[in-house]
Design a protein. Structure first.
Length: 201
């Protein structure tokens, strides 16, 4: 059992270390800063299934660190929720296969409502149609899932999460986000207390 656990950890760690690092990361952060912090739009994340859960997590982490962000469920978008898209918003779309029907359908719908809207894409398939629609393409490296069946999103969601963390941390640095600003957004709990203590010093 211990050997199996070590093997899973090693494979997940290797997947993270093999995430392709390209200049599109800089392009993605620049898009977020320009659209959200300079033009007063917001970041809108979207994905289906496990990728959707990652997209939701990324949105909440961005919001807590000074960059307004919301999660848009791609299916609900087709039933009215697309209306949350405003001028100058930028979208972050996540699909491991790059072929998720609801995400592919979301692109023309978003463009129909907000022509010229920009898309940041996280995917394991750099040759997909979704990748071709990206203004900034962030590939996971398409690692093999550690799931015993090779099917369940496991390693892929780990790399997606790390890519999201890279975007969050890089954006925080780009906007010079401070302890004082963090404290304003965290009024309760340990993190709020810690940020207020640090902002005093």
């Amino acid at each position: 059992m211990k050997q199996e656990i070590e093997d899973i950890i090693r494979k997940e760690a290797d997947a993270v270390l093999n995430i392709p690092i390209t200049e599109d990361y800089e392009k993605a952060v620049k898009l977020i800063v320009e659209q959200v912090h300079e033009k007063r739009g917001k970041l809108v994340t979207s994905g289906m299934g496990k990728a959707g859960q990652i997209a939701l997590n990324i949105a909440t982490t961005f919001s807590s660190t000074g960059t307004p962000a919301v999660f848009l469920h791609p299916s609900e978008a087709q039933h009215g929720d697309l209306g949350l898209l405003q001028e100058n918003d930028v979208m972050l779309l996540i699909s491991n296969s790059g072929k998720t029907r609801e995400i592919l359908e979301l692109i023309p719908l978003a463009r129909g409502l907000r022509p010229g809207i920009k898309f940041i894409v996280i995917t394991g398939n750099g040759d997909s149609q979704l990748a071709k629609d990206a203004d900034a393409l962030l590939c996971t490296g398409n690692p093999k899932e550690v799931c015993a069946l090779g099917l369940t999103p496991t390693t892929s969601t780990t790399t997606m999460t790390v890519i999201g963390d890279i975007l969050v941390v890089s954006t925080m640095k780009a906007i010079a986000f401070t302890n004082q600003e963090y404290a304003k957004r965290h009024h309760g709990g340990y993190l709020g207390e810690k940020s207020r203590e640090q902002s005093v010093h």
